[in-house]
Design a binder for this molecule. Structure first.
Ligand code: B12
Ligand code: SF4
Length: 489
């Protein structure tokens, strides 16, 4: 057993653009579940882990360094989303400058989709793990310590001389039940500091769980490179035990299931619902589903078991676009699923995107009409982004690696525009679609009554408003005439 220290870092990232920091008061502040899983696994093998959630706590690079210095770790593990790569690099650079012997290991969606290229570019990262890191990270650490050959560990990307090599295979956990529970105890101020987006949960405290991994579909905009196509589930009993633990130890009342296909197996969902109903724990929870995997009877049971909201990847109101996306769905089916969900008394969160290749004025109008027609409660509209690891990335860019947009790949910037449309036009349509959906008296009344029932949302809204006001005043006093985007952003 080793007792070496490993500090895990979730680097900061831009949520919209520099100058919009105040949106943090209303956006999602979920911790990295990946780091919680990794920390739990290495701890089982004697390592002493710490987690730094730099984004959630608004830590500057210098503040992250201070935290690292307190631990003087042997290893640093950084989780990489494409949008956070440059910040991760700044952190790695500082660490190497101050403590050159610290071994830096990276993993996460950006590595699973573009690991070799990333390692070729950034010499500050010593090792990368491709895929699900729990077991492989331990194997790698053990190999490094026992003088074994780290290059015999599968799913590793490493540097040898001037070249970068990748060992055979990809890290996959076949049996999720074998994994230890995420190390929630390592999160500072958990669960209080880790709240989802405003109005996206009834009341806290809230925690996230990934109850399955993998998705067999191949929607062209989606990066599935970390978990791949084979779906693996925790058994309902173990999911229930996690929920019980979160209630008993931390008083958690609402769970967000973040798996891609929570409702993929109705048998499993039914079992979990029964456990929840029998327990009388009175959790509320939300999950994701494809529109083709739910049926009224399952929805009814889910509601009884506390299901509060389902996120459906509806994407667009156009069948032509759904087809181009390889979504294997139809607008009519989407509408039916949302109607069934409303009848069951569960909220629908619709996940949409604007600007996918093939988007036209006609498809935009179809989306506007669609979002006004269906009984949806909350709408999440992202600006189409070709993420590395998604099939559309290669369609658009060929095999060329494009890194010029990484720090803007947060779904809030149009880094690409379809033929015949400019980014400015798309931005205008973006506002129009959201307004078409939200600017309706019926929805206004719903949110007013939700605010009365759960007033803590109003408090968040007030903080957001004050932040906005402060940013405006700052902008005028700095001679930027009210513009919020900071120069150079
Ligand atoms: C929950 C979630 C969120 C949450 C929590 C984010 C977080 N920090 O974990 C919130 C809502 C905040 C979020 C935000 C964003 N997300 Co998100 N999110 C997800 C989702 C649905 C599940 C992630 C999860 O918890 N998985 C379970 C855990 C166990 O897996 P994991 O975190 O990947 O970690 C494992 C491996 O990656 C690896 N690993 C990870 N880190 C490390 C580090 C080391 C050292 C090692 C060795 C291994 C390793 O081992 C871990 C354990 O097996 C995924 C979809 C998916 N299928 O993954 C999208 C996904 C990760 N998100 C995505 C995106 C684009 C975003 C945003 C940029 C934009 C947005 N509007 O959502 C922001 C950026 C956030 C950031 N921090 O940079 C993309 C990433 C694509 C890419 N190439 O970057 C995904 C893949 C969705 C998709 N299919 O396109 N997200
Ligand atoms: S969008 Fe959903 S269904 Fe499609 S590949 Fe991604 S996770 Fe799977």
């Amino acid at each position: 057993m080793s007792n070496k220290k490993i500090v895990f870092i979730n680097p900061p990232y831009e949520r919209i653009a520099k100058g919009y920091d105040f949106v943090k008061h209303i956006t999602n502040n979920s911790p990295s579940l990946g780091l919680l899983h990794l920390a739990a696994e290495v701890r089982l093998h004697g390592y002493v882990p710490k987690i730094i959630e730099s984004d959630i706590f608004n830590l500057s690079i210098e503040a992250v360094m201070e935290e690292v210095e307190k631990e003087s770790p042997d290893y640093v593990g950084i989780t990489l989303f494409t949008v956070g790569v440059w910040n991760a690099l700044s952190i790695a650079r500082e660490i190497k400058k101050r403590w050159p012997k610290t071994v830096i290991i990276v993993g996460g969606p950006h590595i699973s989709s573009m690991g070799k290229e990333t390692m070729e570019r950034f010499r500050e990262f010593d090792y990368a793990v491709d895929g699900e890191g729990e077991k492989i990270l331990v194997e790698l650490l053990q190999a490094l310590e026992t003088g074994g050959n780290p290059f015999s560990v599968p799913g590793i990307i490493f540097r040898k001389g001037p070249f970068v090599h990748q060992t055979h295979g990809k890290a996959v956990n076949k049996d999720l039940d074998e994994l230890p529970m995420p190390a929630w105890d390592l999160l500072p101020d958990f669960p209080r500091a880790y709240i989802p987006a405003i109005y996206d949960y009834p009341r806290g405290p809230v925690a996230t769980i990934a109850a399955s991994r993998g998705c067999p579909f191949h929607c062209k905009f989606c990066d599935t490179s970390t978990f791949g196509a084979s779906v693996r589930f925790y058994s309902p009993k173990v999911v229930f035990q996690m929920m019980q633990h979160l209630r008993e130890k931390y008083g958690v009342r609402h769970i967000m299931f973040v798996d891609d296909l929570f409702v993929a197996s109705r048998l499993r969902v039914t079992e979990l619902c029964k456990l929840l109903i029998e327990s009388g724990l009175n959790f509320t929870w939300s999950c994701t589903s494809r529109v083709d995997t739910i049926k009224p009877d399952t929805l009814e049971l889910m509601k009884k078991a506390g299901c509060w909201e389902i996120s459906f990847g509806l994407e667009t109101g156009s069948d032509v676009l759904l087809k181009k996306m390889d979504k294997a769905a139809e607008v009519e089916k989407s509408e039916q699923a949302v109607n069934w969900t409303a009848v069951a008394g569960i909220r629908t969160k619709g996940l949409f995107m604007l600007g996918y290749p093939g988007e036209t004025l006609e498809t935009i109008e179809q989306t506007k009409a669609f979002v006004r027609r269906i009984p949806m409660t909350i709408m999440n509209l992202t600006k189409f982004t070709p993420y590395p690891g998604s099939p559309i990335y290669r369609d658009l860019y060929g095999t060329n690696i494009r890194d010029d947009h990484w720090e803007r790949m947060n779904g809030m910037n149009f880094v690409w525009a379809p033929d015949g449309m400019t980014v400015d036009e798309l931005d205008r349509h973006y506002q129009e679609i959201l307004t078409a959906f939200y600017n309706r008296p019926k929805l206004g009344l719903y949110y007013a009554s939700l605010s009365i029932r759960y007033p803590h949302h109003l408090l968040r809204l007030a903080r957001f408003g004050l932040g906005f006001l402060a940013a405006k005043i700052r902008s005028y006093t700095q001679g930027r005439h009210g513009l919020l985007v900071q120069p150079g952003a």
